[in-house]
Design a protein around this ligand. Structure first.
Ligand code: FMN
Length: 220
């Protein structure tokens, strides 16, 4: 089977619901889906243009963290921890300084949230702590989108630098920094960022990732 990417054209695309509250996005960034999905899931994407003047309210920030807190957790262990910086404070400045150069766009975010996972004492616990962190990140991003914000997860940061700057205990793994903020103006960002964020959004088609009976037999 060929591994072509799904541009959506051939799949009877349904619009993904109301865009009320979602900022204008370049090129229409809505996910193409074969049946409608939750509008906030369809609207979520990972923009690189943040409005450098936008301020996140305390309620918005708390809501994003609450959404993460209520993510499912393997064995109800709750191993995920967050280090939260708001633009202008010391934590934000430190986190921004730890980002890899390619992620400098996130210096304009309203908040940077380092997501860490307590890996526990064995391989299985470590594995599911990362799964829990992924679930928390997913919930954070959707909560942000539901509030008209944007969120961009980034693994490109100095992990050892984060350990040392924030005195993160042994056994706790810094996994990702989530940039949260408001969509910026693409006329004001680097051309390379505008070009990259303007590319069509693509995913593998469902028939290449969802199987029945045996591995590789498409569901549809
Ligand atoms: C665990 C993880 C780490 C990521 N790290 C980065 C990163 O360091 N820099 C970046 O610009 N995007 C990063 N991304 C965003 C992905 O590039 C993005 O989700 C992917 O290209 C799909 O695009 P979409 O989120 O707009 O649908 C990361 C995403 C995930 C889930």
């Amino acid at each position: 089977m060929s591994r072509t990417k799904d541009k959506g054209d051939a799949h009877g695309i349904f619009p993904a619901g109301s865009l009320a509250g979602v900022p204008d996005t370049p090129n229409g960034r809505l996910a193409s889906t074969s049946v409608p999905i939750h509008p906030d899931l369809a609207a979520r994407w990972s923009p690189r243009a943040f409005d450098p003047a936008a301020v996140i309210t305390a309620d918005q920030l708390t809501a994003v963290l609450e959404a993460a807190r209520w993510a499912p957790s393997w064995g109800h262990r709750q191993p995920v921890r967050f280090i939260v910086g708001v633009r202008g404070d010391e934590t934000f400045t430190t986190l921004a300084g730890l980002l890899k150069r390619g992620n400098s766009y996130a210096h304009a975010a309203s908040a940077l949230i380092l997501v860490c996972a307590d890996e526990g004492d064995d391989e299985r616990t470590a594995l599911y702590s990362a799964v829990d962190a992924g679930a928390a990140i997913a919930q954070m991003t959707i909560e942000a989108v539901s509030r008209g914000l944007i969120a961009h997860p980034m693994a490109g940061f100095d992990v050892d630098g984060a350990r040392s700057a924030f005195k993160i205990p042994d056994g706790v793994r810094p996994l990702a920094v989530i940039a949260v903020g408001t969509l910026g103006n693409y006329a004001e960002v680097d051309d390379a960022i505008a070009e990259r964020d303007g590319r069509p959004r693509e995913r593998l088609p469902l028939e290449q990732i969802a199987f029945r009976q045996r591995w590789g037999i498409p569901l549809g």
